[in-house]
Design a protein around this ligand. Structure first.
Ligand code: OAD
Length: 245
């Protein structure tokens, strides 16, 4: 007899589903070595978001904010996607409409090979001028010892979304649409407390999706999810893929 850790419901739904959406958070990259924000060892235990991840803080102290992003970019430049990221690439091949919606800025889904990724919180490998929005490459940033200024005189900032800022509208609208049309919606490695991203599984559920959470522990979403699978995403997603593909 074959015993597996997944319910018949999720397996039969996955075998049939054409529209699948996945929301990911810092937890999916934890096994690659990217620190999460909350919980044990979380970045927000050591650093204060209000001093590092908002626009006023940047204007007040751009050196400090850039130091924080250089630190994180350095971590990310040395690591690789993990089996959780790669298993999502396998899933993308299997379903007609498959989208990864990520709160992560680490670019690991794209590096693993996911084709359709909506980045709700931006991407740490992008930079732009706060006045004229001109893009600047990472190389230009790395080569500049001081804070980089655009030709127009504006400060260059990381291309990420900070607290109090709006999400990129096109990516957000597309994410809502994916949630509304998903037959199965996964919430993976996110504490599900930062809005509006955290509203996506609820939008999906109201529109009729089967909502599955994969996390090390229960979260704010667990009560509303149809199924909660506890464990490491880098182990669970590959097992799930092996079981239904
Ligand atoms: P959090 O740090 O809030 O949550 C990470 C989640 O991943 C927790 O629920 C962990 O239990 C879970 N986790 C850790 N390791 C895991 C593993 N190997 N497998 C599965 N789950 C694991 O990160 P996010 O929810 O992504 O925003 O945080 C959301 C936003 O808050 C971030 O995008 C960032 C932050 O402030 C901005 O900076 C705007």
């Amino acid at each position: 007899m074959k015993i597996n850790m997944f319910s018949q419901q999720i397996l039969s739904k996955l075998k049939k589903a054409q529209n699948v959406a996945v929301l990911t958070g810092a937890g999916i990259s934890a096994e690659s070595g990217v620190p999460t924000f909350r919980g044990e060892g979380g970045l927000w235990k050591k650093f204060r978001p209000e001093e590092l991840a908002n626009f006023d803080a940047f204007i007040k102290n751009p050196d400090l904010v850039w130091e924080w992003y250089h630190y994180r970019r350095q971590i990310i430049s040395k690591i690789q996607p993990n089996p959780g990221h790669y298993a999502l690439v396998e899933m993308e091949r299997r379903h007609k409409n498959f989208v990864v919606i990520t709160q992560n800025v680490d670019n690991l889904h794209q590096r693993a090979g996911s084709k359709l990724v909506y980045e709700l919180h931006g991407n740490i490998e992008r930079n732009y001028c706060i006045d004229c929005t001109k893009d600047f490459s990472n190389q230009e940033i790395n080569e500049t010892k001081n804070i980089l200024r655009c030709n127009c005189g504006g400060l260059v900032r990381p291309g990420v979304v900070w607290f109090g800022e709006s999400l990129p509208m096109e990516q957000w609208n597309a994410s809502v649409q994916a949630a509304e049309t998903a037959e199965i919606f996964f919430s993976i490695g996110t504490s599900a407390i930062v809005y509006p991203a955290a509203s996506l599984p609820i939008i999906a559920k109201r529109a009729g999706a089967y909502v599955v959470e994969i996390n090390l522990e229960r979260t704010e979403l667990s009560y509303d999810a149809d199924e909660v699978i506890l464990g490491k995403s880098g182990e669970i997603i590959p097992k799930l893929v092996q079981t239904y593909l």
